[in-house]
Ligand binder design. Structure first.
Ligand code: SAM
Length: 336
């Protein structure tokens, strides 16, 4: 049947009073019985929940019946690939999408993204390489509202940031969570290269104290804002050169986070000085696939020996591919 230009088909449904609809829908969802290819229909006091097969009525605490009813098929939403003929790569930071600046059809991709994901407000193009001490990605405006400041949500944490002024990558979410999972309630954490806080804030939600430092004043401005946004009272945001942290803080850390993959080796002396006996350094580096961990482990061992400390490698892992044959790696090393 076609009704006002919309196709309506008969399908098997659970009929339930509207006021009990949500709890019955939840049971059907849990049992994987909802037929999502149809929309839920309403008629008077009743809802009709499309189902794949007849459920056992003992599942429900509310009166239900099973019958055929007319429902509208769900429109399958076109994908970006349908719209463009190919799937462009992009990442999302808050309400901003970031695509490659050299994307051949940047404007067309940007328009499609804004249409396809209504929560997006702006599309930016990322330049070829992250450069400079503050690791800020060069950005150019492509479409939508002209802004670079946003709030990104991840694992229940909020990050205010300006993507044109600070480093931030949504791609490291799993890795950041993995570090947070190693941190205990009595621990003190020093995040030497904190950025806007994506390691520090999840850590602060589960430990005693976090010292989060960055040399970029813009990053620290957002770091402070993020302490407030996430309602934390155990995290100190500091504008500081990581070089000076041992002098400022002393040997305080159960965990030291060194997310400066291109230069972390230059700061190992300071990281070791910050680490209590038995504390763990989370050391990031870029490495060639032919020798992923060996060279970094040697560097860590030498720095520990120079400081009269011993080191035990707790875990090594590949975080993500960075360039052809190059990987971002992490080494968790206990310093005794
Ligand atoms: N940990 C953050 C994250 O995951 O988003 C930021 C990582 S980013 C790769 C490295 C950060 O280190 C940048 O925010 C940069 O400003 C900061 N940085 C670079 N050199 C520094 C130094 N000598 N002392 C403190 N921070 C520094």
């Amino acid at each position: 049947m076609v009704c006002n230009g919309v196709i309506i088909l008969e399908c098997l449904c659970v009929k339930v009073k509207k006021r009990s609809g949500e709890s019955v829908r939840a049971v059907l969802f849990e049992q994987d019985l909802l037929d999502n290819s149809f929309r839920i229909a309403a008629d008077g006091d009743y809802l009709y929940l499309p189902i794949k097969s007849t459920p056992d009525e003992s599942l429900f605490t509310h009166p239900v019946s099973v019958e055929y009813h007319e429902c509208e098929p769900q429109q399958s939403r076109p994908t970006l690939k349908d719209m463009l003929g190919y799937a462009p790569s992009f990442e999302i930071v808050g309400d901003i999408a970031i695509i490659d600046s050299d994307e051949p059809e940047a404007e067309k991709v940007a328009r499609a993204l804004l249409k396809f994901r209504p929560q997006l407000k702006a599309v930016l193009g990322e330049g070829p390489a992250i450069e400079g001490e503050f690791r800020v990605r060069p950005m150019r405006f492509i479409a939508g509202e002209k802004h670079t400041e946003t709030i990104h949500k991840d694992h229940g944490c909020l990050y205010a940031l300006d993507i044109a002024k600070v480093y931030f990558s949504p791609r490291l979410s799993t890795e950041r969570q993995r570090i947070a999972d190693q941190i205990g309630p009595d621990d003190v954490v020093v995040d030497m290269f904190a950025g806007v806080g994506p390691y520090s804030i999840p850590a602060a939600k589960r430990c005693r104290k976090v010292y989060a430092a960055d040399k970029n004043p813009e990053a620290v401005k957002f770091l402070k804002k993020n302490v407030e946004l996430n309602k934390l009272d155990n995290m100190e945001a500091m504008e500081a050169d990581a070089r000076d942290l041992p002098e400022i803080l002393g040997q305080v850390a159960d965990h030291v986070i060194m997310n400066l993959p291109h230069n972390a080796s230059d700061f190992l002396k300071e990281a070791i000085a910050l680490t209590k006996p038995g504390g763990v350094i989370h050391y990031y580096a870029m490495a060639h696939e032919d020798s992923l961990f060996g060279p970094s482990i040697d560097i860590i061992k030498k720095a520990a020996t120079d400081a009269g400390r011993r080191v035990e490698v707790v875990e090594t892992r590949t975080v993500r591919s960075y360039a052809p044959h190059q990987y971002n790696i992490c080494i968790d090393a206990r310093i005794d």
